[in-house]
Design a protein around this ligand. Structure first.
Ligand code: VG1
Ligand code: CO
Length: 544
């Protein structure tokens, strides 16, 4: 085997977004495109020679080919050892755990998460650092800078490695270990949750659950956890076989894209509990019988009940949420007397807070929840957390959430997405709003008075780094909020996200339909944002 140095030219579009570099498969298949980005990562990281890396992906189309290329580039760049999941498939939370447990230098995660897969679908690459979390902006900026000047990459010539089953290989001087990624993940969950109580619940004959893996990465983990380890009946896990195109579906666990599960949970003889996860297994959706738990409420409920879970029984130090996530968790934090942090969108911003012990639980409105056990959000962890709470409290999902609202008030919450709209008018809209918010404070719109308005800027409380332009937020004196952001994960045109939140302390009003409760704010978001005109759309594509 010989190391080849291949001449290449930079691509101008390799800037990582909210969660790594995401492009359509045909873009990644251009000659040198993948190679350039991987070499740029290795050029950027100091001291990577001889180190251990973890590599794996969500199993989508192009995963297999990409992993073989990455292994050969790693071998040619002096990496010491690579741990790779069987078939090259590892969930994002499992990779984060493996990096930490094996004291690896970092990891390469191949995923476009909730974006559709297949030959015309999306692919993605993300670099994770030693703490197991997504690289912070100073590193992704440096990688991007490198992609703009790269002139060659190193690659080992040789045959592909067999990833079908656990075994060990040598690739040049580099060790490659193909590992079972499921067992360590199950062990990690056993350390956090009360498996005896969850098992008792799942085998009681009085409780039925459904887990929809949407033909994405969590299938093997869900079978191992729920059907094998915890004794739930066969058939508990739906769509549990990972497919390269996710069965043609959109592996995004929300009310729109996980509609089969929603129909089951809202149908006749519905199970007591339903959950779904996304393409790479870091997102979760939680449903009760005829009941949907918003991710923002889920974070608040987990925070309020964390003491019921063995892994958090001694209390939590703090909670962190992304800026567009509702303030439901803030109310719990205030009552518990713990800190609550508001970060920009994207899990990379939680890393420092978790490392510093400032936050124990973190969450995003986009169906992401996680804790200090790893440095990624974790879909199945959230499902087990809910099961643990259900097993201890003996109440239904709906009862738990309703009594939570009674105690803390309800934050009505919804996100309206306008997917794949024209880029320029969307950018113009954001630019207009950036100017508008400068003197919005104190203005009255009907019953609403603006308490603050800005383009969100975040100063990391640990390292002082500043991240600007993280979304337009308009807060009103009654606790309502409207937020406008452009997605950093989409691959076509622009995706506008409008986040709407209002606070209702009066329990007699907690039954109102969310979209109705938010209607005045929805109208105001249109009035201020001129959404229809800017997007050319009458309706959002997805309402969650
Ligand atoms: C979206 C979500 C964000 C999440 C990110 C990655 O980003 O809004 O909360 O962290 O996806 O999630 P954006 O920029 O499109 O709004 V995942 O499951 O794709 O790793
Ligand atoms: Co994901």
């Amino acid at each position: 085997m010989t190391i080849e140095t291949v001449a290449t030219k930079p691509f101008s579009d390799q800037k990582p977004g909210t969660s790594g570099l995401r492009k359509s498969v045909p873009v990644f298949q251009q000659p040198h495109y993948l190679e350039n980005f991987i070499q740029a990562i290795f050029n950027t990281l100091d001291g990577i020679e001889g180190q251990t890396l973890v590599v794996g992906g969500d199993g989508r189309y192009y995963n297999r080919q990409a992993i073989q290329t990455i292994l050969k580039i790693a071998a040619a760049n002096g990496i010491g050892r690579i741990l790779v999941g069987t078939d090259g498939i590892v969930s994002t939370p499992a990779i984060s755990g493996l990096i930490r447990e094996n004291n690896a230098f970092g990891g390469i995660v191949l995923s476009a998460s909730h974006n559709p897969g297949g030959p015309e679908g999306d692919f993605g690459i993300k670099y994770n650092i030693t703490n197991g979390g997504p690289a912070p902006e100073n590193i992704t900026d440096a990688i991007y800078a490198e992609t703009k000047v790269i002139s060659s990459y190193n690659i080992l010539s040789g045959a592909d490695i067999n990833l079908d089953r656990p075994s060990s290989f040598k690739l040049g001087t580099m060790d490659v270990e193909v590992i079972d990624a499921v067992t360590p993940y199950v062990k990690m969950m056993e350390k956090i949750f009360d498996f005896d109580r969850i098992q008792a619940l799942l085998t009681s004959g009085k409780f039925k659950m459904c887990m929809d893996s949407l033909h994405a990465v969590t299938g093997p983990y869900a079978y191992a956890l729920f059907e094998q380890r915890l004794g739930a009946p066969k058939g508990t896990v739906l769509n549990g076989i990972p497919l390269e195109d996710f069965g043609g579906g959109h592996p995004d666990p929300n009310l729109v894209y996980a509609h089969d599960l929603v129909e089951i949970l809202f149908g006749q003889e519905a199970p007591d509990f339903g959950a779904a996860s996304d393409g790479d297994g870091d997102r979760n959706m939680i449903l009760g019988q005829n009941f949907f738990v918003t991710p923002s409420d889920s974070l608040a409920v987990l925070t309020a009940n964390a003491h019921l879970v063995p892994g958090y029984q001694n209390g939590i130090t703090g909670v962190a949420r992304s800026m567009p996530t509702s303030a439901a968790a803030d109310r719990v934090a205030a009552k518990l007397g713990i800190d609550c942090y508001e970060t920009p969108t994207g899990w990379k911003f939680f890393g420092n807070l978790l490392d510093a012990g400032k936050a124990t639980l973190c969450g995003e409105e986009s169906f992401g929840t996680g804790s200090n056990h790893i440095r990624e959000k974790d879909g199945l962890w959230a499902v087990l957390f809910w099961l643990n709470i259900l097993a201890v409290k003996g109440e239904s999902v709906e009862e738990i959430v309703r009594s939570h609202w009674q105690e803390f008030g309800r934050n009505f919450y919804s996100r309206h997405d306008y997917e794949e709209v024209a880029l320029e008018p969307a950018k113009e809209m954001m630019a207009r709003l950036q100017k508008l918010v400068l003197d919005l404070k104190g203005k009255q719109f009907g019953n609403y008075e603006v308490e603050y308005a800005d383009d969100f800027s975040y100063t990391d409380p640990v390292d002082g780094s500043v991240s600007k332009n993280q979304g337009i937020r308009i807060g009103f004196t009654d606790g309502s909020r409207i937020i406008y952001r452009l997605s950093g994960t989409g691959t076509k045109g622009a995706t506008l996200r409008v986040y709407l939140e209002s606070y209702e302390p009066d329990a007699s009003k907690h039954d109102i339909d969310t979209q109705k409760a938010l209607q005045p704010l929805i109208d105001l978001a249109e009035e201020i944002g001129q959404i229809r005109q800017s997007t050319g759309r009458e309706q959002p594509t997805v309402i969650t």
